[in-house]
Structure formats: structure tokens, C-alpha cells
Design a protein around this ligand. Structure first.
Ligand code: ADP
Length: 308
């Protein structure tokens, strides 16, 4: 009988501009490492990283509680979390732990869950970070690639990204508020004009078509959002300059990664990604902010290892 599993779940970017709460993509850059072990009673979180250890406040803990209840799991579960994805920077850190936990418990108890069931459980974890359940980051982290999340009923469509798609990410060194996602959801307009809605739908459609046709340029040029980005960008010092610099250096499109403050640029192998990421770094520097930049490709999803 398997007693423990280890899951490495990737970071992710949500929204991709116009796909607010709907689009997500797993990134082959940073991974959370989560070891789930049948042990003792109840749920115990073990981590030396700066995250809540109370299971009801930890994204992985919430997922484990929900799955334990649903599948009447009697064992205690120890969840050992090694964070590599910085929490609160729009890189899907809270989601990666939640996704790893759902994927791990599915394996540990041989539950044979569908993609939707897995994502449904992982999404419950986001209540601990964003205040509400949302599925874009967890779907990307749990399934890999580019994902489209349709809700009520939950349906997840996964598309394998084109091989030449390249992402440049700049993570600024800012103090982020606790529950930043909850805070940055509060600034989004409650009503939008019909013309803005049309622009965003047309760009979102361009993104889906770009992934379906494996056309990185179409994806990147469609990463344009006239609704959420303008409402949130004031929370990111230097955003306009970072974006302009990346576009001038050859990026097809640039937007806020998830709820920010990380900024993501879309390009392909024909362009100099190093030049783009350095241009983004300079943009933040002009706003007197240091940033960590990296270049990556989409991730194929979590890596699962069975223990004993
Ligand atoms: P991110 O985009 O990095 O997920 P959020 O602001 O949405 O950023 O989530 C970070 C918040 O979630 C922090 O307040 C953090 O304490 C909380 N949190 C709870 N559990 C975890 C976890 N397992 N990993 C990361 N953050 C967690």
C-alpha cells in the first residue's frame, strides 16, 4: 500500500489579459514540492516557509479537508510543503500548493478523478488566499499547458501550447499585502461598457484561436485587456514603462500576470527573449524597483512520484 506521494506542481499565469478568471497557463519555471503522507490523525501542515500552517488557512490544507470529507478518508494526512514559488506575486503560488495536494491525494487513494473533479477540489484552496474559489491558476497547475475554465457546470478545456511560445516574466521586489488577490479583486469595475466587452471578447477569442492553431504571434498580439489591466496597473509601480519597454524590445503582448505585481510578456523563439526581459527589468528600475526576471516556456504540468 502506498503511504506517501511527492508532487512537484508548476507556477502559472492567470488571465493572459482578457481571460479574467477563465484562462490560465502553467509555466516551466518554479515548482512547489509537496509530500503527502498518510500519518496520525487529522491534517497537519509542515513547512519552514512563510505560509499559514493552520490547515483552514492554507490552500493545501483546505483541499485536503474537502477531499477527506468527500471520500470519507479516515487516515490523518501530513502535508509537507517546500515553497519555491514566491507567495503573493501573481505566479500562482497558492494555487500550486492546492493543485499539488489535489493531485497527490488523488494518487495516494487511487481516486481516479476526472480533470474537472481534480480542478474542483484544487479550486477550494483558493478560498484561503483570494477569499473566493477560482479555478484559472489551479487548473493550469494541476493539468499543465493552456487551460480554459468554463463554470456552472465546471468544464476545463486544455490545449497544448505551441512549441515556440516563450514567456518573459518580471517579478518586482515589492511588499505585497496579505491576501493581495482579494485586495486587487476589489479594484475591478463592477460594470463594463459594451465596447470594452467587445474588445476583450475579440482578444480572448484571438488567444483561443492562437493556441488552437499553434500560432504564438496570434496569442501574443491578442494579449490585450481594456478592462482589468487599466484598473489594476496603478498597483504596480512602473507598469506602463515595463510594458512599453518589452513591446519595443519585440514582445507581441504584455500584461499583468494574474493579480500581479508580476508582469508577463509573450514572444516566440524568433525574438530575443533576453533583450525583452532586460528591457522589463530596466522599466522597473526607472520606477526605483528591483525585479527578478526570467524566461520560460509553458509547463506540461505536475510531476508525481510515489513513495513507500
Ligand atoms: P499568489 O498569486 O502567489 O497565489 P495570492 O495573494 O493569491 O498570491 O496568495 C498568497 C496568499 O495566500 C498569502 O497571503 C499566503 O499566506 C496565502 N497562502 C495560504 N496557503 C498558501 C500556500 N500553501 N502557498 C502560498 N500561499 C498560501
Amino acid at each position: 500500500m502506498v503511504k506517501s506521494v511527492t508532487v512537484r506542481a508548476p507556477c502559472s499565469t492567470a488571465n493572459l489579459g482578457p481571460g479574467f478568471d477563465v484562462f490560465g497557463m502553467a509555466l516551466d519555471a518554479l515548482y512547489d514540492n509537496v509530500v503527502l503522507t498518510k500519518k496520525g490523525k487529522g491534517i497537519v501542515i509542515v513547512s519552514s516557509d512563510n505560509i499559514p500552517l493552520n490547515p483552514s488557512k492554507n490552500t493545501a490544507g483546505l483541499v485536503a479537508s474537502a477531499m477527506k470529507k468527500k471520500f470519507k478518508i479516515k487516515d490523518g494526512i501530513e502535508i509537507k510543503i517546500k515553497k519555491n514559488i514566491p507567495a503573493g506575486y501573481g505566479m500562482g503560488s497558492s494555487a500550486a500548493s492546492a493543485a499539488a495536494c489535489a493531485v497527490g491525494i488523488n494518487k495516494l487513494y487511487n481516486l481516479k478523478l476526472t480533470d474537472e473533479e481534480l480542478v474542483g477540489f484544487a479550486g477550494i484552496g483558493e478560498k484561503a488566499s483570494a477569499g473566493i474559489i477560482h479555478y484559472d491558476n489551479v487548473a493550469a497547475s494541476a493539468l499543465g499547458g493552456f487551460v480554459i475554465v468554463k463554470t456552472t457546470p465546471l468544464k476545463v478545456v486544455k490545449i497544448q501550447p505551441p512549441n515556440d511560445l516563450v514567456l518573459c516574466v518580471a517579478v518586482p521586489e515589492l511588499m505585497v499585502p496579505e491576501k493581495k488577490t482579494k485586495v486587487s479583486r476589489g479594484v475591478i469595475p463592477k460594470k463594463v461598457s459594451l465596447s470594452d466587452m467587445i474588445k476583450n471578447i475579440s482578444n480572448a477569442s484571438g488567444i483561443v484561436a492562437g493556441f488552437s492553431e499553434r500560432n504564438s504571434e496570434l496569442i501574443g498580439r491578442s494579449v490585450q485587456d481594456v478592462i482589468v489591466e487599466p484598473a489594476r496597473k496603478h498597483m504596480i509601480p512602473g507598469f506602463d514603462k515595463v510594458k512599453k519597454n518589452a513591446l519595443t524590445a519585440g514582445a507581441y503582448g504584455v500584461t499583468i500576470s494574474g493579480a500581479g505585481p508580476s508582469v508577463i510578456a509573450f514572444t516566440d523563439k524568433k525574438h530575443d527573449s533576453k533583450k525583452i526581459s532586460n528591457a522589463m527589468k530596466r522599466g522597473f528600475k526607472d520606477a526605483k524597483k528591483e525585479s527578478n526576471v526570467f524566461v520560460c516556456k509553458p509547463s506540461k504540468g505536475p510531476i508525481i512520484k510515489k513513495g513507500k
